[in-house]
Design a protein around this ligand. Structure first.
Ligand code: AMP
Ligand code: MG
Length: 340
């Protein structure tokens, strides 16, 4: 199959809208990362997303809408709890996915769970594509499963060339990490995945929010993940990444001591001039927006350059940096060295 990369002209949006409604898979831009979309009401189309990505069948997908009224129109959930209404008012359209009790959604989308994840993206092109398709779109990130998520159309082409008919190029993704995922299906709201909307912002709107164990820690053997996606090795380039938690000076000293080995540094922007190895800066130390925006592109470049060993600065866990930490700690297989 030839994979065409299309600009978001009105004619092209109508072409992919029709194709989606008829069961095709399409790479679509969103403000978080690029998605691999299918008609969420068509179980067999959704099944092909899992095949194209090599995604484990027990990892459910997010259903994307372009208007809140579509939740009722397509009976996606059994009810919208008050906390969900408040979150929608505060953060939609935007990078927040809300999990509620499932309505009429095919089992392929929810991996057989009795809950469904719903998001209303803010990217204007995403909204136009969903509106043109006139059906909700099930979409995970458009990467090969386990690899860094795509934040540009060329990343999607790299992973999906020959597997899908269309990719819509909407430019680089602004947020750069996947949406925040919160469940309101249980007694207490619980953060399942950190993203563009921070824990602090969520708590400002609905009060206390629990944080699932898998967000910041490696699950112990036998422990089940509240969000199935969090249990898999994730976001990982082929390179071996080790994170270093230390002062600036200790990090620079540790990495420069290993310059002979050909190792590279996944560093803060400020570290770059002091390092004597190849550097992959992923943002300023306190610029969490830039870190989120750049991290996946940097991880992909590490692979393109064939780097084998990488020492990375361990990100902060506050604010939006929690999302960067959550991704990088998985890219590093939870390997962290503490230097006192
Ligand atoms: P992706 O679309 O690739 O960003 O992955 C979607 C994420 O949302 C994965 O981590 C899923 O495990 C999670 N997710 C989707 N639906 C549910 C659900 N019903 N319950 C818990 N987690 C979910
Ligand atoms: Mg993903």
């Amino acid at each position: 199959m030839e994979t065409k990369v299309l600009l978001p002209t009105q004619k092209n949006i109508e072409t992919v809208g029709d194709a989606l409604r008829d069961g095709a898979l399409v790479g679509i831009p969103t403000e978080t990362v690029y998605g691999l979309a299918a008609n969420a009401l068509d179980g067999s189309a959704v099944k092909r997303i899992f095949e194209a990505k090599g995604r484990p069948a027990d990892n459910p997908l997010i259903v994307h809408i372009s208007d809140v009224s579509q939740i009722d129109r397509f009976h996606l959930v059994t009810e919208i709890p008050d906390s969900a209404k408040k979150l929608m008012d505060a953060f939609w359209p935007g990078p927040l996915t809300i999990i509620m009790k499932k309505g009429d959604v095919p089992d392929e989308v929810t991996a057989g769970l009795d809950t469904v994840a719903v998001r209303f993206p803010s990217h204007p092109v995403t909204k136009r594509i969903i509106t043109a398709a006139d059906v909700p779109l099930a979409a995970p990130s458009a990467n090969t499963s386990g690899k860094p998520s795509p934040t540009a159309a060329r990343h999607v082409f790299h992973d999906m060339d020959g597997k899908i008919p269309y990719i819509v190029d909407g430019g680089a993704c602004e947020v750069g990490v996947e949406s925040t995922v919160i469940t309101v299906a249980g007694a207490t709201p619980c953060l399942l995945r950190p993203g563009g909307v921070t824990l602090e912002q969520l708590e400002n709107v609905i009060g206390h929010v629990e944080v699932a164990d898998a967000v910041l820690h490696q699950l112990k053997e036998g422990q089940t993940a509240a969000s199935p996606g969090m249990k898999y090795k994730h976001y990982a380039p082929s390179a071996h990444i080790t994170l270093i938690r230390s002062s600036d000076e200790k990090y620079i000293e540790y990495v420069n001591d290993r310059a002979e080995s050909g190792a590279a540094a996944l560093c803060y922007d400020e570290d770059e001039p002091k390092l004597s190895v190849k550097t992959y800066p992923y943002g300023g130390r306190s610029d969490f927006d830039a870190q989120a925006n750049r991290i996946f592109d940097v991880l992909r470049r590490i692979d393109e350059d064939g780097v084998e060993t990488v020492y990375g600065r361990c990100p902060d866990t506050s604010g939006k940096a929690m999302a960067v930490y959550n991704r990088l700690i998985r890219a590093a297989g939870f390997e962290v060295i503490e230097l006192a």
